[in-house]
Design a protein around this ligand. Structure first.
Ligand code: MN
Length: 336
């Protein structure tokens, strides 16, 4: 296990731009035996073979790590997720360029190793198809999961350009395969012009809940998240965040951007609230396309902060933070 902060321990603080690039300066290991006692393991899934438009998400795990900084207390929640939780960077799954099947198998295997150690996996994509092997591993461990899915798109198509394996079809595979409990599956942030009506009909037959951007506009973010939490309820749940749910004004660097999306402030609050309220067994963040270095890459920076908010929510759920911090955080939902 390598601790990137160790050399700076006498000073007390490592500069963000120096040292080994791990998520938030977390200790790094690729040895599953060293996961014992950890709460969360970061796993990179650097593949983008299954995109329908712009590639580049294979560079995101490194870029998100490089845009991240060592931890500190969350000023609103009153908790430092990285002191409350033992977070380990478990490195990248050994993906194979141009062989999505083998890449998915590699991701599934690494996520299984994390789960077998009793640790929550947090996967950094990659295109959104990486959610398929990650959820499969989670469901194999504890049964079908409920899902909170932030995205512009449903990703439940039967085909995209005639291909069944795609970042636009994986949720259908997960539902059909019994890995996702459809009545406990909710989508948030849908908008635009895809998928066609027959895919929404397929969803409705299975009891999947869709919350659109016009619902966010009409009801407000707090009510939308409240409804999502009601849908998922008790039991194991998985949180997947496609960064294209954000308006391209905030993050244009994603494969299939669509105007009219969430603000960063809305999404940062929402993912923390979801993580604080549900029994998360796994999570991922996908579809970031980095184009700059370090914190100059805004997509990677927002990606890093989304992961932190989710970890802050997990820490709050486990009793961390100031007294009443969970309630305070919920009260401060951004109004839209
Ligand atoms: Mn997606």
């Amino acid at each position: 296990m390598i601790d990137p902060l160790h050399r700076w321990s006498t000073i007390g603080e490592k500069p963000d731009y120096a040292g080994l690039v791990t998520f938030a300066g977390s200790p790094y290991t690729e040895d599953a035996a060293e996961l014992a006692g950890a709460d969360v393991a970061i796993v990179g899934a650097p593949m983008d073979d299954l995109v329908s438009d712009r590639p580049g998400t294979c560079f995101a795990p490194r870029a998100i790590r490089a845009a991240s900084s060592p931890s500190g207390m969350h000023l609103e929640a009153g908790v430092d997720a990285f002191s409350e939780l033992k977070v380990v960077d478990f490195g990248d799954a050994p993906v194979m360029p141009a062989d999505a099947r083998r890449s998915h198998a590699a991701i599934e295997e690494v996520v299984r190793e994390v789960l077998a150690a009793g640790v929550m996996p947090f996967v950094l994509g990659g295109d959104h198809s990486i959610t398929e092997p990650s959820v499969r591993a989670c469901a194999a461990e504890g049964g079908p999961v409920g899902v909170v899915h932030f995205d512009t798109h449903t990703d439940t198509a039967e085909h995209v350009f005639g291909a069944t394996r795609s970042h636009g079809t994986f949720m259908r595979h997960l539902v059909d395969g019994g890995h996702v409990d459809a009545p406990r599956y909710v989508q948030i942030g849908l908008r635009g012009y895809w998928p066609p009506e027959e895919d929404f009909a397929w969803q409705a037959e299975r009891g999947i809940t869709s919350l659109f951007m016009h619902d966010v506009r009409d009801l407000g973010m707090r009510e939308v998240v409240h409804r999502a939490l009601e849908v998922v309820g008790e039991g194991p749940a998985y949180l997947t965040v496609d960064i294209d749910v954000l308006d391209p004004a905030f993050v244009p660097d994603t494969g299939t951007p669509e105007p009219g999306g969430l603000t960063s402030a809305e999404l940062l609050w929402a993912v923390r609230e979801v993580a604080a309220r549900l029994e998360l067994v796994g999570a991922d963040l996908v579809e970031v396309i980095p184009t700059r270095v370090g914190t100059a890459d805004y997509a990677a920076l927002v990606g890093d902060r989304l992961v932190r908010e989710i970890l802050t929510g997990v820490a709050l759920r486990r009793g961390g933070g100031r007294a009443g911090a969970r309630e305070v955080a919920a009260e401060r939902a951004p109004s839209t």
